[in-house]
Design a protein around this ligand. Structure first.
Ligand code: MG
Length: 379
């Protein structure tokens, strides 16, 4: 029988590729949510005969009108997304929402009994990983990683237990080899040029600052129950090895492939089975060599900002994440300089009021306070 899926964040980069995968395998797409892309949300609803769509409140009437000749139920707003997640009965719920906005629907889905969440929303695990992982465990649900590195680690972990180390690969982004002084006048256009992966704007900026890798260390720590001391970042410019796992006997397993998110997306749905994909096979003689470097932690200080935030624990990762979401958004709007992202995020993490074991509400309060802090520092 064909699988059924629901896709939160369906018009973003991962969402669009998830629907590509759904089309290829004939998955039935039951529900989608999007924030502002009315045109694409409409197109997706028509193409997949979607029963329910949720859109940002401001765009409700546009989408409602656009779909008035169909049976698709249109709802709007944050609460409606959580309601869709809570009521979801699809085989797999894809969460490809960007940012902490994905946390409430994740918890709603878990509380509503969704057993498989294909997870591409790293900010939620960074900010509220303890709460989310506990809720998943309580409800007997699994988070299937869609992030390419985490999917690679998850695939490697199928080959054995007693992993002692994760080797998390990083492309190094567009500014690999540069020093702080070279980054003073970086513009959004410079930072949006990623060497290997085609992704949304926020994650592309995060890749350029290497905050993405910092967030991914925390994501891996939660998903695989590892200490950040056992997660080593390896800069691998070619993005052919998507990450590796070292086991207690010294064996290291790697997952390799062309940089194409669709493999991770489909594996989350087909796991533990595999199905043929459209991903281009590797030609090793064409690749020639693979290179590896240590990350430059003096330039890309956010790597340590993230590790330190995770080690301090409590609400500090949420403070750091909120500051980063705000700083990246201000940078993309041309309101702050590139290097200010590094400083503001670090400062916000240091200055946040520490809460040891934050509730869900306190996570969101921390997020808001941190965004306010960042905004107050630039006025
Ligand atoms: Mg990644």
């Amino acid at each position: 029988m064909s699988k059924t899926i629901t896709v939160l964040g369906s018009t973003g980069s991962i969402g669009v590729q998830t629907l590509d995968v759904a089309e290829r395998y004939g998955y039935k797409v039951e529900g989608i949510s999007a924030y502002s892309n009315v045109r694409l949300a409409e197109e997706q609803c028509r193409k997949f005969g979607i029963k329910k769509v949720c859109i940002g409140e401001k765009y409700y009437s546009d989408l409602k009108t656009a779909l008035s000749d169909t049976d698709t139920v249109v709802t709007a707003g944050e609460e409606a997304v959580s309601e869709m997640a809570y009521e979801c009965t699809s085989d797999v719920l894809y969460n490809s929402v960007m940012g902490i906005a994905g946390m409430k629907p994740t918890l709603a889905a878990l509380r509503g009994g969704v057993k498989k969440i294909a997870f591409a929303n790293k900010e939620t695990l960074v900010a509220g990983g303890n709460i989310v992982m506990k809720e998943a465990e309580k409800n007997g649900a699994v988070l299937l990683p869609v992030d390419s590195e985490h999917s690679a680690i998850f695939q490697c972990l199928q080959c054995g237990n007693k992993a002692r180390k994760i080797l998390l690969t990083a492309s190094g982004g567009p500014f690999f080899g540069k020093k702080k002084k070279d980054l003073e006048n970086i513009t959004p256009a410079d930072a949006l040029k990623h060497p290997n992966w085609s992704m949304g704007a926020k994650i592309t900026i995060d890749s350029s600052t290497m905050m993405n890798k910092g967030l991914e260390i925390i994501e891996a720590a939660h998903l695989f129950g590892m200490s950040p001391d056992d997660i080593e970042v390896v800069v691998h410019r070619e993005s052919i090895i998507h990450s590796m796992v070292e086991f207690c006997d010294g064996a290291i397993l790697a997952q390799l492939g062309s940089p194409d998110m669709r493999l991770c997306i489909q594996y989350a749905a087909t796991y533990p089975d595999r199905l043929p994909s459209s991903v281009k096979p590797l030609d090793f003689s064409e690749i020639g060599t693979l290179s590896f470097h240590k990350p430059d932690r003096e330039t890309f200080t956010l790597l340590d900002t993230a590790v330190n935030a995770f080690k301090r624990g409590g609400n500090i990762p949420a403070a750091m994440n909120g500051a980063n979401e705000e700083a990246v958004s201000l940078f993309l709007k041309g309101k702050i300089k590139y290097l200010q992202i590094f400083d503001l995020v670090e400062e916000a993490a240091i200055n946040a009021k520490y809460i040891k074991d934050p509730t869900e509400t306190e996570i969101f309060e921390t997020d808001t306070a941190s965004r306010e802090y960042v905004k107050s520092r630039i006025q």
